[in-house]
Design a protein around this ligand. Structure first.
Ligand code: ADP
Length: 290
């Protein structure tokens, strides 16, 4: 099954063009939608999740018209929004049981089995009787995935799921997402390049509501192969480097800026060839260097 997004545009009433002619074809497996804050990711995710209408364009999921057959799409959808909202004092098992009921899993014995199996899958079974409000950030996100998995979805959308997680929690969350399976479409929206690099077979970069790149991470790396150069500079010289070169990024290493620049050849012998990273592709695209 494929999710096909065709020429979707959305302008909010205040005039912000959140999406401009967005077209993407998303196959099964993990798909990374990478963009800085304000790029339009959540707008696109909410539109695919049938929660808001675009101004124009179409979206199909297999044979289904997502913008028309909303009820059918919702039955096939698991959605973890950016803000999951209120975390009630209810226990994880009771809340998941209630959400399962809302998803139409009516048979109590069947529901109990499904809820237990999902709690085990996301590694929360041990904590099933604890209030969701008492959970850590990582546990809450895993609970968010648990509710996504109810009803055997074919399309799972997770919006900025790793923001605010510490490195250990992020790793546990990555492992969980990567286990969800290859027969399902999983769209992961994020501003964190590492999320996409570690998990996604296919990806797109968006900014200002426009698709700047779509392909595999390797296709992205091909765009900059052998064209990124690195050196450490003095803080005082940073501005002049920025004026002379196409600076992709600068990071402090031991208090001194390490710059990456984009250039067909090494500008001079003080630069060394940098390892090609998806982060450089991201910066090259969003700064319109490529
Ligand atoms: P992202 O998820 O990539 O951070 P969003 O889709 O949330 O991006 O936002 C894209 C743009 O649309 C931003 O400029 C944001 O301020 C604007 N925006 C988002 N939601 C609304 C809204 N309900 N009304 C007006 N502007 C909005």
């Amino acid at each position: 099954m494929e999710l096909k997004i065709d020429n979707i545009s959305k302008t909010y009433p205040n005039g912000v063009k959140a999406l401009v002619n967005v077209s993407l074809t998303i196959p099964t497996g993990m798909y990374g939608l990478l963009g800085p804050n304000g790029a339009g990711k959540s707008t696109l995710m909410r539109t695919i999740a049938t929660l808001q209408e675009p101004n124009s364009g179409s979206i199909t999921l297999g044979e289904l018209d997502v913008l028309k057959d909303k009820d059918k799409v919702r039955q096939m959808l698991g959605y973890l929004p950016q803000e999951f909202g209120v975390y009630p004092k209810t226990s994880a098992v009771d809340l998941l049981n209630y959400l399962a009921l809302l998803k139409g899993i009516h048979d109590p014995a069947n529901r109990k089995d499904i809820v237990s199996a999902i709690l085990q899958k996301v590694n929360l079974y041990e904590w099933r009787n604890k209030a969701v409000s008492s959970f850590s950030g990582g546990m809450r996100q895993r609970f968010g995935i648990a509710q996504c998995l109810l009803g055997d979805p074919r399309l799972i959308i997770v919006d900025e799921p790793t923001a605010g997680l510490d490195p250990g929690e992020r790793n546990r969350f990555y492992n969980l997402l990567s286990e969800i399976g290859e027969a399902v479409i999983v769209i992961l929206s994020t501003h964190i390049v590492q999320d996409v690099r570690e998990l996604c077979a296919n990806m797109a970069i968006i900014n200002n509501g426009r698709v700047l790149f779509a392909g595999t991470p390797d296709d992205g790396l091909d765009l900059i192969r052998n064209k990124v150069w690195a050196r450490q500079v003095d803080k005082a010289d940073l501005e002049s480097y920025k004026q002379r070169y196409k600076v992709l990024s600068n990071k402090l290493i031991g208090g001194r800026p390490l710059i990456h620049i984009y250039s067909d050849e090494a500008p001079d012998a003080s630069f060394r060839a940098a390892e090609n990273t998806l982060e450089d592709v991201f910066f090259a695209k969003i700064n319109e260097i490529l």
